[in-house]
Write a protein of this length. Structure first.
Length: 645
């Protein structure tokens, strides 16, 4: 075992529950549950895989204590005995891998939709969520009592199903947190008004859960140490609350942060937020209680968790998204194989944003196996083929890794001097250097499989005809789109990619055409150098959603240096020192611009596809070569193509 991680790998007890180490997989909603809220084989395989990777305690994703408390489409439930068999199967599978398992008891309150909850969302007060903006109904005192009892019965079911613990979800702006918050609780009865009254609901839940599970069963309570919103509760309030939770029956406190409307979504902080940024809140709570405290928030590197434990910030560390990116990261860390760990870069694209904004099940951009564990390991192909991969960007490299697992003979060609494709420029804006880590990791896997990327090799139909591969994966990516705007070939016009790679000089004032991620991140890159940009966008609404964590920070940083976005604005022509655009009302505006940066999308590099089709050569087109999109599509499609040959 690596001696540098001795704290992490020291066992701990929560009440009578012995945990093999200090690493926690915190609750993460996946969308893997069955439509009837029972546990699915997919969920079991996914969590058992994380247990196998070495984690000490797995806390399941949100589990509804009442159907009206469901916050996600396929959220699992524990409001009825019918859920016990599935939960039992899950607990057994996790136990078989040596980890402990806790069920997270959840009611979303106002943070849901009627279509999911099956009724109008309920809340302490009829104040709609600032993010979801759904009308909600104030709960009566009778309903409060019913739900307190529902938490207790759900906890009892968890115990019956063989779980080791429950976690009461009192964080992130869900129902108990809505009661705690002066922002969402405007009641004037015994459940609102004073701190004592706002805390009553959660304290009653904890006491009722304790009563139902008995004195020896571990009860964890998750809180947001600070709502981090105007008019919300703060860390001082949580310092006051934590000992009361312990008094009511909590055996451990899990200190998260934020609610749905917290600027920059600190509950699931993006790459823009410093690693370990929330540990000070755990440390503050730890000063007030004697039970174990769990710290969380952008802790992806076990060595950072180790430092936090050594400093006494917390007694256990939650590694959330890191469990999605690499289920084996703890075992690798224990063996000192830190460079073999595939790191979460806190992009949120494949996990929380996919779940919340695309209404799809969660996965990880960089781990195409996440959520597919139930399909089993990749098997060796019975008849290894000669496979050519055209392009060594994210899609090509991902395809090569999976085709190699199948045992095929792979040749991967890259026309450029360096592999990486668009990732090379995508990793240049502030906070995006993590992308390079993934690529370095992927290249290491290829090297280990004996695959060398052949650089400076532009694959042509002639080469394919001569080389006669059995299968071709076309992963040639996409090139910048250059529309026919008058003046676009002028001296002052440059590509965003060239700016980011330092190949193009930039003089202020700067106009960027296109407010998608490429345009916004190029503006951010320039903002970090103190150069403001005017971003001109045809669409009526900003393409980069400011409700996403990264989107929030991008907008903030661009504005801080005096940058701005002009929406509803169509570029008419580019002149020597300016850009002329037309607004929706038909008026024309001239924007001074010494440099005009193009970020207007991309066109697929798919010219080889027609040759492959005509020549009847088995092939698959993946990533941006199919349609320009994002890393998730490139990496997952590449993986699928490699796996399916
Ligand atoms: C500035 C910028 C920022 C971005 N940021 C993000 C982001 O934050 N998140 C996100 O999801 N997406 C982002 N993207 C998009 C993302 O980079 C692409 O979706 C992704 O790189 C596509 O991967 P790919 O492998 O399909 O293609 P590419 O990355 O384009 O790679 C294709 C490779 O094929 C090579 N090639 C082409 N033709 C041939 C040939 N005939 N023979 C041999 N080699 C060939 C190319 O040289 C290239 O290296 C960004 C893009 C840019 C430009
Ligand atoms: C996809 C996803 C789903 C989440 N669902 C839950 C949840 O069900 N319950 C919960 O308490 N927290 C949830 N969280 C928050 C995580 O438990 C964790 O606190 C957060 O991801 C920060 O930790 P990390 O930076 O280590 O990922 C979720 C996070 C993600 C990424
Ligand atoms: S999708 Fe991004 S944030 Fe989510 S787990 Fe993967 S790397 Fe981390």
């Amino acid at each position: 075992m690596s001696t540098e991680l001795k704290n992490i790998f020291t066992p701990i007890k929560i009440n009578t529950m012995e945990v093999r180490n200090r690493a926690v997989m915190p609750a993460m909603a996946t969308g893997y549950g069955n439509p009837d809220s029972t546990v699915s084989d997919r969920l079991i395989a996914y969590l058992a895989r994380r247990a196998k990777g070495g984690t000490g305690l797995i806390i399941t994703e949100v589990c509804a204590i009442d159907p009206r408390g469901k916050g996600f489409g396929a959220e699992i439930g524990a409001w009825d005995d019918k859920f016990i068999p599935g939960l039992n199967k899950l607990a057994d599978a996790v136990h078989a891998e040596g980890a402990r398992i806790a069920l997270q008891l959840h009611h979303a309150g106002r943070e849901t939709f009627e279509g999911i909850a099956g009724a109008k969302p309920e809340a302490p007060s009829p104040i709609p969520s600032a993010v979801l903006n759904q009308a909600c109904e104030q709960m009566s005192v009778d309903r409060i009592r019913t739900l307190v009892a529902a938490y207790a019965s759900a906890a009892e079911r968890a115990k019956k199903a063989g779980f080791d613990a429950v976690e009461v979800h009192g964080a992130h702006g869900y129902l108990p947190c809505q009661f705690l918050s002066p922002f969402s609780n405007a009641r004037d009865d015994e459940y609102g008004g004073s701190d004592e009254n706002r805390a009553r609901f959660l304290l009653e839940i904890v006491a009722a859960v304790r009563e139902s599970v008995g004195p020896d069963f571990a009860v964890i309570v998750r809180i947001s140490g600070d709502e981090a919103i105007r008019k919300g509760f703060d860390l001082n309030f949580s310092k006051w609350l934590a000992p009361k939770l312990v008094g009511a029956g909590a055996d451990a406190i899990h200190v998260s942060v934020g609610v749905y409307s917290t600027p920059g979504n600190l509950s699931i902080a993006s790459m823009d937020t410093e690693e370990g940024f929330n540990l000070f809140r755990a440390r503050t709570i730890k000063e007030t209680v004697k039970v174990p405290v769990i710290g969380v928030g952008r802790i992806h590197d076990p060595r950072l968790g180790e430092q936090a434990l050594a400093r006494g910030d917390a007694d256990m560390i939650s590694f959330g998204r890191q469990h999605l990116t690499d289920p084996d990261f703890l075992n690798k860390a224990r063996e000192g194989r830190h460079d073999d760990i595939r790191r979460c870069i806190a992009c949120n694209q494949g996990c929380i944003e996919r779940l919340m904004f695309e209404f799809k099940s969660a996965t990880c951009v960089f781990n195409p196996d996440c959520g597919n564990e139930y399909k089993g390991e990749v098997q060796k192909a019975p008849d290894p083929k000669k496979v050519w991969i055209v392009g060594a960007g994210p899609a090509g490299v991902s395809a090569a890794m999976y085709a190699a697992k199948r045992g095929h003979n792979i040749e991967i060609f890259e026309s450029g001097k360096e592999p990486g494709g668009q990732l090379l420029s995508a990793s240049m804006p502030p906070h995006k250097e993590g992308l390079k880590q993934w690529f370095a990791w992927a290249r290491k896997q290829l090297e280990a499989a004996g695959i060398r990327i052949q650089r400076g090799m532009n694959v042509t139909p002639e080469m394919i005809a001569q080389g006669r591969p059995d299968f071709v994966i076309l992963a040639a990516g996409a090139s910048p789109l250059v529309p026919a705007i008058p003046g676009i070939d002028g001296q002052s016009v440059v590509e965003a990619r060239d700016v980011l790679l330092g190949k193009a000089q930039v003089a202020a004032p700067v106009a960027i055409l296109g407010a998608g991620y490429v345009g916004m991140e190029t503006a951010d890159y320039l903002a970090a150098k103190g150069i403001p940009s005017v971003i001109i966008e045809m669409k009526q609404f900003p393409p980069v959603n400011a409700f996403t964590a990264h989107g929030y920070w991008l907008n903030k940083r661009i504005k801080e240096v005096g940058g701005r976005i002009e929406l509803n604005s169509t570029v008419q022509r580019i002149e020597e020192k300016s850009v002329v655009f037309r607004r929706a009302d038909g008026s024309e505006q001239t924007e001074p611009a010494a440099t005009v940066i193009l970020a207007l999308g991309a066109r697929p590099n798919n010219v080889l596809e027609s040759y492959l089709k005509e020549s009847n050569i088995p092939h698959s087109t993946v990533g941006d070569a199919k349609t320009p999109r994002r890393f998730i599509e490139a990496i997952h499609e590449g993986a699928r193509a490699g796996r399916e040959i």
